[in-house]
Design a protein around this ligand. Structure first.
Ligand SMILES: Cc1cc2nc3c(=O)[nH]c(=O)nc-3n(C[C@H](O)[C@H](O)[C@H](O)COP(=O)(O)OP(=O)(O)OC[C@H]3O[C@@H](n4cnc5c(N)ncnc54)[C@H](O)[C@@H]3O)c2cc1C
Length: 386
């Protein structure tokens, strides 16, 4: 794919629309940011229902900062459950440590906010539509040709378009990455899986409560609203077994059986298989730069992390605000996109590698390793502006 050069950043792309592929966290956040700057934005989303699974997600302070820049932090905090501590326990439920999470209190933001993924999605979707992002559902890109004046895109419904910039915000299994970054390594399974389901919030759960169990298992309860919380479990899953949906409740019950504290009472709310979200954990880091000509990657398509730091969505939000910022700065499109990778790569690499390392240590403890210290140090670094 050839390198096309435009003469200025945002000014040069304002005459043709930007195409965002993927209406998830990074795509919607970028759409909102670009619309606020007056850019015409088209977005295609493969999922015709445009919905997300019904469990929770943790937004750390740096995600809330990016949401604040998009004018959405207050709505998110109102829809979710802000908290400032993570409380760690032994497997039997006895307390181990209490950690104050790093915060941006000076910016008026809580350290963390648990929120249901559908609540976050609805908020971002409504804001993107209200801002004028033009959305088409149930289609994807089939081909992207990079020409000097525009990227020429053929869609899966046979339609075509010319765009100033194409953004691959299409997640871990990115089609844009497959089409334009054929050398990028595929996401790889890390050895662990993550289980989640939603249940009524227990009065005691006012912060993230983690329980460190045998066989590298870590269970947790995270508040996501006044009324709801989610249970999560990280477990080693050697060989990445294919788990039948119908077996998920029994398999999760079995993996939770040794935990004490609040976990047994929570496990009694075990839902049917359709309401248990199981995901094998995968990791991926595309080598820089994250653009080829007029095509650029954002979010999980460029860097997918395991959830040990709960930073995947934060990185996706930060990508969106930084990319919009770079496109708005003086200079060529090529310079803007180069600057974007420069500002993002090291920060995302740090998150991906630290999260992976903590997972490895959970499965194979090493003498002298200190996962909590690594998590604390990286989390503190992330309080610096993106
Ligand atoms: C088990 C687990 C727990 C997690 N917990 C947390 C957490 O607590 N906190 C946190 O910050 N992060 C967490 N994450 C990570 C977070 O969910 C992701 O990092 C984040 O959603 C990435 O945003 P994205 O926009 O790149 O992708 P997504 O949000 O996945 O959006 C991608 C969108 O693209 C669409 N799409 C896919 N393919 C195509 C295509 N070919 N054409 C068009 N559209 C397409 C999809 O339907 C989707 O709407 C977790 C991840 C996992 C797996």
């Amino acid at each position: 794919m050839g390198m096309s050069m435009a003469t200025t950043g945002f000014d040069s792309i304002s005459d043709a629309p930007v195409l965002i592929v993927g209406g998830g966290i990074s795509g919607l956040a970028l759409g909102i940011a670009l619309r606020r700057a007056g850019q015409t934005v088209h977005l295609v989303e493969l999922n015709p229902a445009w919905n997300v699974y019904g469990v929770g997600i943790i937004l750390q302070a740096n995600a809330l900062r990016a949401l604040h820049m998009l004018g959405l932090s207050e709505a998110c905090i109102a829809a979710g459950y802000p908290y400032s501590m993570s409380l760690h326990h032994e497997e039997d439920g006895s307390p181990r440590s209490a950690r104050q999470k790093p915060s941006l209190a000076n910016e008026g933001l809580p350290a963390s906010c648990g929120i249901l993924r559908p609540a976050l999605h609805n908020l971002l979707r409504d804001a993107a539509l209200a801002a004028g992002v033009q959305v088409r559902l149930g289609i994807t890109v089939d081909a992207i040709g990079d020409e000097p004046a525009a990227a020429h895109v053929r869609f899966s419904d046979g339609s075509e378009g010319r765009y100033a910039l194409v953004v691959g915000a299409d997640g871990l299994r990115s089609k844009v990455r497959d089409l334009c970054f054929p050398q990028a390594q595929a996401p790889r399974f890390t050895g662990q899986g993550c289980w989640r389901f939603t249940l009524p919030r227990a009065e005691q759960v006012q912060s993230a409560m983690m329980y460190h169990g045998r066989q590298a298992r870590v269970a947790g309860l995270v508040p996501v609203s006044r009324d709801a919380m989610y249970l999560l479990l990280l477990s080693e899953e050697p060989g990445n077994p294919r788990l039948a949906d119908g077996d998920l409740p029994d398999l999760l019950r079995e993996r939770l059986q040794h935990f004490g504290g609040l976990i047994p009472a929570a496990a009694r709310y075990m839902p049917g298989p359709q309401d248990i979200v199981y995901r094998p954990l995968e990791t991926q880091l595309v080598a820089p730069p994250w653009h080829r000509g007029r095509v650029v990657l954002a979010g999980d398509s460029a860097h997918a992390t395991t959830p040990h730091m709960a930073q995947g969505a934060s990185m996706a939000f930060e990508d969106a605000v930084v990319l919009a910022d770079c496109l708005g700065a003086p200079g060529s499109l090529e310079q803007a996109l180069q600057r974007y990778t420069e500002r993002r790569f090291e920060r995302c690499r740090r998150v991906v590698e630290a999260s992976l390392q903590v997972g490895q240590w959970q499965m194979r403890p090493e003498p002298g390793s200190d996962p909590m210290a690594l998590l604390r140090d990286v989390a503190a670094e992330l309080m610096k502006p993106a």
